[in-house]
Design a protein. Structure first.
Length: 81
Protein backbone atom coordinates (compact mmCIF):
# COMPACT_ATOMS: atom_id res chain seq x y z
CA UNK A 1 0.00 0.00 0.00
CA UNK A 2 1.42 3.38 -1.03
CA UNK A 3 1.67 6.57 0.94
CA UNK A 4 -1.53 8.61 0.98
CA UNK A 5 -1.18 12.34 0.46
CA UNK A 6 -3.39 15.27 1.35
CA UNK A 7 -3.31 18.24 -0.99
CA UNK A 8 -4.06 21.82 -0.10
CA UNK A 9 -3.73 24.60 -2.61
CA UNK A 10 -3.51 28.33 -2.79
CA UNK A 11 -5.89 29.42 -5.54
CA UNK A 12 -7.52 32.51 -6.92
CA UNK A 13 -11.00 32.93 -5.45
CA UNK A 14 -13.73 31.69 -7.78
CA UNK A 15 -15.40 34.48 -9.72
CA UNK A 16 -18.92 34.47 -11.17
CA UNK A 17 -17.47 34.45 -14.70
CA UNK A 18 -15.24 31.39 -14.11
CA UNK A 19 -16.19 28.21 -15.88
CA UNK A 20 -16.39 25.15 -13.59
CA UNK A 21 -13.33 23.72 -15.35
CA UNK A 22 -11.22 26.87 -14.88
CA UNK A 23 -7.84 26.16 -13.32
CA UNK A 24 -7.49 28.69 -10.50
CA UNK A 25 -4.44 27.04 -8.90
CA UNK A 26 -1.57 29.26 -7.82
CA UNK A 27 0.41 26.50 -6.05
CA UNK A 28 -0.26 22.97 -4.70
CA UNK A 29 0.98 21.70 -1.33
CA UNK A 30 0.98 17.89 -1.00
CA UNK A 31 1.81 16.43 2.43
CA UNK A 32 1.19 13.32 4.49
CA UNK A 33 -1.14 15.20 6.86
CA UNK A 34 -3.72 17.92 6.42
CA UNK A 35 -2.06 20.01 9.15
CA UNK A 36 1.29 19.99 7.34
CA UNK A 37 -0.22 20.78 3.93
CA UNK A 38 -2.23 23.68 5.39
CA UNK A 39 0.76 25.01 7.36
CA UNK A 40 2.99 24.97 4.26
CA UNK A 41 0.32 26.65 2.12
CA UNK A 42 -0.37 29.39 4.67
CA UNK A 43 3.35 30.09 5.15
CA UNK A 44 3.94 30.34 1.40
CA UNK A 45 0.85 32.52 0.82
CA UNK A 46 1.76 34.91 3.63
CA UNK A 47 5.27 35.49 2.29
CA UNK A 48 4.11 35.88 -1.33
CA UNK A 49 1.02 37.96 -0.58
CA UNK A 50 3.26 40.63 0.95
CA UNK A 51 4.86 41.03 -2.49
CA UNK A 52 1.52 41.54 -4.25
CA UNK A 53 0.08 45.01 -4.72
CA UNK A 54 -3.04 46.04 -2.79
CA UNK A 55 -4.85 46.28 -6.13
CA UNK A 56 -3.94 42.70 -7.07
CA UNK A 57 -5.01 41.40 -3.67
CA UNK A 58 -8.40 43.10 -4.05
CA UNK A 59 -8.97 42.15 -7.68
CA UNK A 60 -7.52 38.62 -7.53
CA UNK A 61 -7.87 37.39 -3.93
CA UNK A 62 -6.33 34.09 -2.86
CA UNK A 63 -8.09 31.31 -0.96
CA UNK A 64 -6.93 28.14 0.76
CA UNK A 65 -8.62 24.95 -0.44
CA UNK A 66 -8.30 21.22 0.29
CA UNK A 67 -8.91 18.39 -2.15
CA UNK A 68 -11.85 16.27 -1.01
CA UNK A 69 -11.29 12.74 -2.30
CA UNK A 70 -14.87 11.66 -1.69
CA UNK A 71 -16.54 14.42 -3.69
CA UNK A 72 -13.55 14.85 -6.02
CA UNK A 73 -13.68 18.62 -5.68
CA UNK A 74 -11.90 21.46 -3.92
CA UNK A 75 -13.26 22.42 -0.50
CA UNK A 76 -12.92 26.06 0.65
CA UNK A 77 -10.99 26.46 3.92
CA UNK A 78 -10.07 30.14 4.26
CA UNK A 79 -9.63 33.51 2.59
CA UNK A 80 -5.91 34.37 2.50
CA UNK A 81 -5.95 38.14 1.95
Amino acid sequence: MGIKYVVCRVAYAAMDVDSPAADRTVKDFPAETHAQAEKDARRWATSRNDQRSDEDRLEWPWVLERWDVTSRSWEFLAQLN
